[in-house]
Design a protein around this ligand. Structure first.
Ligand SMILES: Nc1nc2c(ncn2[C@@H]2O[C@H](COP(=O)(O)OP(=O)(O)OP(=O)(O)O)[C@@H](O)[C@H]2O)c(=O)[nH]1
Length: 616
C-alpha cells in the first residue's frame, strides 16, 4: 500500500459526535448533515434502517446505528470523510459514553437557543472535555421567536468554560447555518493522528452480536492497519481471531479492503460472544502486537443481583432462552438458575446497575413477551462463617443464620461525582448520609469540581442517583468502581406476610438503618398489597425480633362500584385494566403479591423515572 496516499487520506478524516440535551435538536441536526453530505437521502436512510430493524426484530435483537461514514465535498475543493459517532442514550452508562467519545477528535455541542444550557448537556460535555475533544458550540433553533443566542453564548462560557464567541447559529428546521456548521467540522475538528506503519492499535467502543456474522466490533483505529485475513488479538483477554471482514456503516454495512489509523468502522471475525470483546478493550495484530493497550479499559462485571421469575411458572424455559439470547449481545449480563419458596423457579441475574436491570427487564417483556417478577436487588457479600468458611452471598435469602455468621464484608466503591462548584455542599451532605468517607476533591477547571468519596455499593444502588439528581438539580454526573470489600454491621431483614416469611422479600441492611427501613417497607407493602377476603399482617423481622408491623384490612376492592351500572364499555375497560394489573401478581400462600412489593426496598416510582432518562 502507498503510505503517502494513506497519510494524505488521513488528513481528510474528521471523527466527531454530537452532545446535546434531550430535544435540543441532535437528531434533526444529524439528519441535516446526512442530507447535505448526500451520502444517502433522508427517506432512503429511514427505509434502509427500518428494513434492518424489521430483520433484527425477527431475530429478537435490536439494531444500533453507532457510527456512520459520510463524504463531504468542502469549499476548499477536497473531499472529507466524516465519521459521526453516536453515544449511548443512557447518561448513567457513562463508561460506554466515554469510550464512544474517546473514538472522536471533536464534538458538536448543541444548545437550544430558547432553553439554554441544561443539566444533561453538562454531564456529557464534561466527558467530552475529559477526552480532550475539540468542542464546536452550536446554538440551534434560532428561528424560534424566543431564541436568545447571545444569552446562551454567555451561559456556555460561564457554565462550561469554553469560548462560545464564534458558536455556530443554526436552525435545523429551516436549514440556516447548516452549511457553515459542516464547514466548521472540517476546519475546527482536528484530523486524526497516529502512525499508519506502526502495529495495529484499535479501540473497541461498541460490540454488537449479529446472528449471521457473529460479533460485529465497532472500532476506532489509532495506529496501523487492519485487513480481512489478519489475525487479531483482543489485548485484555488474549483471545485471537481471524478477520473475515472490515468496513464502514454508510449507514448500511459497506465492506472495505482495510481500515487504517484514523478510521472508524467495523470488524467481524467469527467471534461468538460479546464477552470476548468488551467495550474499552484494544484490538491489535496477533503476530505483530502493539506494546501497550489503550488506557482506560474496564472489565464490565455485574454489581447488582436480583432474581427474575416468570409470573407463569410454565414460562421458565422461555425465560432461559430469552436470557441466553440477550447475553449474546450484552457482555455484562450474567445469570444462573435459582429457586425461591415463594416464587418457584427462576434465575439469579447480575447487572451493571439498576438501569441495566430495567433495560433487561423491559427487553424481556417487550421483545420476548414475558411477564416477570423481579426480586429486590442486592450486591454480593463476602461472608465468613463461625466455622471459618468463606462464602459469597448475592441473594439475601441465602445468608446463613446470624448465629453462624462471623463477619460480613460488603463492596465499597470509589465514587467520582462531577459537579459545578455551587453544588459541592449538597453532594457532600448526601454522601455523608449514605455512610460515605470523604477521599478528596479536585477543581477540574474554574467551574467543575470532582468530589471523590468511598461509599458502600449498597447505598449507591438504592436511591443514591435519584437523590444526587434532586440535590444538584440534575447537574451532577456519577461514576463508580468497586474498590474493595470491608466489614460492616449488616443484618438480614425478613418480611413475613400472614405470619409466613417470604424469602424473595428478604434484604440486607446496615444495622443503623434497619429500624427505619423496616418501618418504611412495611408501610409501602401495606399500600401495594391488595386487600383480600381476610386480614393480612405484614411484619419486618431481624432474626426472631419483629421491628415493624402493619395490617392490610380485609375487604375486596370492587373497582366498578362507583359506576352505577350505566356505561358498559367503561365498566369493561376497568375490569380489563384490573385483569391486566393482576397479571404481574404472584400467589404466595394465600396472599397475592404484586411486582411493586418486591421493589419496595427501592424508592417507589424508580422504574418510571429511570426509563424516562433513557431518551436522548
Ligand atoms: N423551531 C425549531 N425546532 C427544531 C429545530 N431543530 C429541531 N427542532 C425540533 O425540536 C424537537 C426535538 O428535536 P430532535 O432533533 O428530535 O431532538 P433530539 O435532541 O434528537 O431529541 P431526543 O431524540 O429526544 O434526544 C423536534 O420537534 C424538532 O422538530 C430548529 O432549529 N427549530
Amino acid at each position: 500500500m502507498d503510505l503517502d496516499k494513506l497519510r494524505e487520506r488521513q488528513t481528510r478524516i474528521r471523527n466527531f459526535s454530537i452532545v446535546a440535551h434531550i430535544d435540543h435538536g441532535k437528531s434533526t441536526i444529524a439528519d441535516r448533515i446526512l442530507e447535505k453530505t448526500k451520502t444517502i437521502s433522508k427517506r432512503e436512510m429511514k427505509a434502509q434502517v427500518l428494513d434492518d430493524m424489521d430483520l433484527e426484530r425477527e431475530r429478537g435483537i435490536t439494531i444500533k446505528l453507532n457510527a456512520v461514514e459520510l463524504e463531504y465535498e468542502a469549499k476548499d475543493g477536497k473531499t472529507y470523510i466524516f465519521h459521526l459517532i453516536d453515544t449511548p442514550g443512557h447518561v448513567d452508562f457513562s463508561y460506554e459514553v466515554s469510550r464512544s467519545l474517546a473514538a472522536c477528535e471533536g464534538a458538536l455541542l448543541i444548545v437550544d437557543a430558547a432553553q439554554g444550557v441544561e443539566a444533561q448537556t453538562l454531564a456529557n460535555t464534561y466527558l467530552a472535555i475529559d477526552n480532550d475533544l475539540e468542542i464546536v458550540p452550536v446554538i440551534n433553533k434560532i428561528d424560534l421567536p424566543s431564541a436568545e443566542p447571545e444569552k446562551v453564548k454567555e451561559e456556555i462560557e460561564e457554565m462550561i468554560g469554553i469560548d462560545a464567541d464564534d458558536a455556530v447559529l443554526t436552525s435545523a428546521k429551516t436549514g440556516i447555518g447548516i452549511d457553515e456548521l459542516i464547514e466548521r467540522i472540517v476546519s475546527d475538528v482536528p484530523a486524526p493522528e497516529g502512525d499508519i506503519d506502526k502495529p495495529l492499535k484499535a479501540l473497541i467502543f461498541d460490540s454488537v452480536y449479529d446472528s449471521y456474522r457473529g460479533v460485529v466490533l465497532n472500532v476506532r483505529v489509532f495506529e496501523g492497519i487492519v485487513k480481512p485475513g489478519d489475525r487479531i488479538e483482543i489485548m485484555n483477554n488474549n483471545k485471537k481471531f481471524e478477520v473475515t471482514e472490515v468496513g464502514v456503516m454508510s449507514p448500511k454495512a459497506v465492506p472495505r479492503d482495510y481500515l487504517m489509523a484514523g478510521d472508524v468502522g467495523y470488524i467481524t471475525a467469527s467471534i461468538k460472544s460479546v464477552k470476548d470483546t468488551q467495550v474499552g478493550d484494544t484490538v491489535t495484530l496477533a503476530d505483530n502486537p502493539t506494546d501497550e493497550a489503550l488506557a482506560g479499559y474496564r472489565h464490565s462485571q455485574p454489581m447488582v443481583y436480583a432474581g427474575m421469575y416468570p409470573v407463569d411458572n410454565g414460562k421458565y424455559e422461555d425465560l432461559r432462552e430469552a436470557l441466553e439470547k440477550l447475553q449474546l449481545n450484552d457482555a455484562a449480563l450474567e445469570f444462573e438458575p435459582e429457586s425461591s419458596q415463594a416464587l418457584g423457579f427462576g434465575f439469579r441475574c447480575g447487572f451493571l446497575g439498576l438501569l441495566h436491570m430495567d433495560v433487561i427487564q423491559e427487553r424481556l417483556e417487550r421483545e420476548f413477551d414475558l411477564d416477570l417478577i423481579i426480586t429486590s436487588p442486592s450486591v454480593d457479600y463476602h461472608v465468613t462463617t463461625t466455622a471459618d468458611e468463606e462464602i459469597i452471598v448475592d441473594n439475601p435469602a441465602e445468608l446463613p443464620d446470624t448465629s453462624e455468621v462471623k463477619e460480613i464484608r460488603e463492596p465499597y466503591v470509589r465514587a467520582e461525582i462531577m459537579v459545578p462548584e455551587d453544588y459541592v455542599g449538597p453532594v457532600m451532605e448526601l454522601c455523608q448520609r449514605k455512610r460515605g468517607d470523604f477521599v478528596t476533591m479536585d477543581y477540574l477547571d474554574k467551574y467543575r469540581v470532582n468530589v471523590i468519596y468511598k461509599l458502600p455499593l449498597l447505598e449507591i444502588i438504592f436511591d443514591f442517583f435519584d437523590d444526587l439528581k434532586s440535590n444538584t438539580k440534575g447537574y451532577a454526573s456519577l461514576d463508580y468502581q468497586v474498590e474493595d470489600y470491608e466489614a460492616s454491621d449488616l443484618v438480614k431483614m425478613d418480611i413475613l406476610l400472614n405470619g409466613e416469611p417470604v424469602d424473595a422479600l428478604s434484604f440486607i441492611v446496615h444495622r443503623d438503618f434497619a429500624y427505619q427501613r423496616g418501618r418504611d417497607i412495611v408501610s409501602r407493602l401495606k399500600e401495594v398489597i391488595p386487600r383480600q377476603m381476610f386480614e393480612i399482617p405484614i411484619q419486618a423481622a431481624i432474626g426472631n425480633k419483629i421491628v415493624a408491623r402493619a395490617t392490610v384490612k380485609a375487604y375486596r376492592k370492587d373497582v366498578t362500584a362507583k359506576l352505577y351500572g350505566g356505561d358498559r364499555t367503561r365498566r369493561d375497560k376497568l375490569l380489563n385494566k384490573q385483569k391486566a394489573g393482576k397479571k404481574r401478581m404472584k400467589e404466595v400462600g394465600k396472599v397475592s403479591i404484586p411486582q411493586e412489593a418486591f421493589m419496595s426496598v427501592l424508592n417507589l416510582n424508580r422504574g418510571k423515572e429511570t426509563n424516562d432518562q433513557s431518551k436522548g
